[in-house]
Ligand binder design. Structure first.
Ligand SMILES: [Zn+2]
Length: 447
């Protein structure tokens, strides 16, 4: 007898079909045609306005624990993830103390996370100048790849790589066929840009121009080409880099690209001066740029949409002074990604199946998370009952992340996450996250 059978409209192989998803031992055992009788301990019939999606995979989350747990933590971040239909997240190596740059630091982070997680959690390693030559050792401990910065990261314990160090790091990562994920802004371009402090959003954008991304991405692509290294461009905000990326892919360079909900759902014209809850780096750019990012998703030049959930304390966001120069750069949206992107997609006539592809299968493929991001026999039974036409208004007090700061307060969004199953166990029931943390810590297969 199966453990669970869920019947209704199921997203599978890129389209919705009426089916019965059969779950046994935490995995999808079978997907049967609608009406098939299945012996199961529990049967769920989806409401008429709901569909069944694979659990989302968010490969860009800053949990910040240990060390900056007042900014965020494993319990709060993973509750937010569960409530948002994200059943797997990968934690970034920085903003925690210590940063995840060696095997000892990874062990510290695993101990901090253990027993607190409501969804499955894996870890990125960090590539900083002092870790060069020792990346393989960290890869052998099960990180999913390495993150580096080319500019100041915002925290002193995670310094950037210069051009020569990036060259060495990519050679090293390529030697064991690893993955390097890159915060691509060029320090020279930023140094030459106007300073941009104060409450003016236009001045802030002027201080982080699109050329900073374009120059950094161009340099990264050259090195990836030289070394045959696999690279991934994090949080692409600049649409003017898209032709470079498309050309590199056409040439066979091993590059993938992500963007984030804030770049797709907000434009610079809409950001009021002094509203530092919208500050992130690279910045949200103008409406024409946003439209071009959507087109690149549709065309397949951008592979993934992930949150870059990067919260801080309320104080550090400087909401009191509204100074974009001083405020922490980061937008917290782990719980809202799916409804944010879906609301904007449907206004553009883009189907839910495409949105889920960018937010589940795309990130799973990036990280090499076999068994995640799809509803297929053998995959983990990570499932989301989602009501696409239902709507809600964002109330910061109902968000589970630690500090109730959000640029989306008061927005009406389409799409409500009703129930979520993690490996067959219900972790969200009618919108409420269940108390027991059932998430596991994930490790990538060793090189
Ligand atoms: Zn980030």
């Amino acid at each position: 007898m199966a453990d669970l059978a869920i019947s209704g409209s199921v997203l599978r192989e890129g389209r919705f079909t009426d089916a019965v998803v059969v779950v046994a031992d935490g995995r999808v055992a079978a997907v049967e045609p609608a009406g098939t009788h299945v012996d199961a301990a529990e049967r769920v019939r989806l409401a008429d306005d709901a569909v069944l999606l694979p659990g989302l995979v968010d490969t860009h989350v800053h949990v910040n624990e240990p060390g900056r747990t007042e900014w965020e933590g494993f319990a709060t971040a993973t509750r937010a993830a569960a409530a948002g239909g994200v059943t797997t997240l990968l934690d970034m190596p920085l903003n925690s103390i210590p940063p995840t740059v060696d095997p000892d630091a990874l062990a510290v982070k695993r101990r901090a996370a253990d027993g607190q997680c409501h969804v499955d959690v894996g870890f990125w390693g960090g590539a900083v100048p002092s870790s060069l030559g020792r990346l393989r050792a960290l890869a052998e401990e099960g990180v999913f790849g390495f993150k580096c910065f080319l500019v100041d990261s915002g925290v002193p314990e995670f310094p950037p790589l210069d051009h020569d160090q990036l060259d060495r790091a990519l050679a090293e990562v390529a030697s064991f066929d690893g993955l390097m994920v890159v915060h691509a802004e060029d320090p020279g371009v930023l140094a030459d840009a106007p300073a941009g402090g104060g409450p003016s959003y236009a001045a802030f954008v002027g201080s982080r121009p699109h050329q900073a991304e374009d120059v950094a991405i161009s340099g990264l692509l050259d090195l990836a080409r030289t070394h045959g290294a696999r690279v991934h461009v994090l949080h692409l905000a600049s649409a003017s880099a898209l032709p470079l990326l498309a050309q590199a892919r056409a040439d066979g360079v091993r590059v993938s690209v992500e963007t984030c909900p804030h770049y797709l759902t907000v434009s610079a014209e809409e950001v009021p001066d002094g509203h530092t809850e919208f500050k992130c780096c690279p910045p949200i750019r103008d409406a024409a740029n946003r439209d071009a990012l959507w087109q690149a998703l549709v065309d397949g030049v951008i592979d993934c949409v992930v949150s870059d959930h990067s919260p801080s304390t309320v104080d550090l966001k400087r909401l009191d002074t509204g100074d974009f120069g001083q405020a922490w750069g980061g937008v917290a949206s782990l719980q809202l990604g799916l409804p944010l992107v879906w609301t904007a997609a449907r206004e553009r006539g883009i189907g839910l199946e495409r949105v889920v592809g960018w937010m589940a299968a795309g990130p799973a493929a990036l990280a090499g998370l076999a068994g995640k991001g799809a509803i297929e026999p053998g995959c983990d039974a990570d499932l989301v009952a989602f009501a696409p036409e239902a709507s809600f208004v964002v109330d910061p007090q109902r968000l589970h992340h630690r500090n109730p700061v959000t640029p989306y307060a008061g927005r009406r969004l389409s799409g409500v996450v009703r129930d979520v199953w993690l490996r067959g166990d219900r972790i969200v029931a009618d919108g409420a996250v269940t108390p027991e943390p059932l998430g596991r810590l994930l490790e990538k297969e060793r090189p």
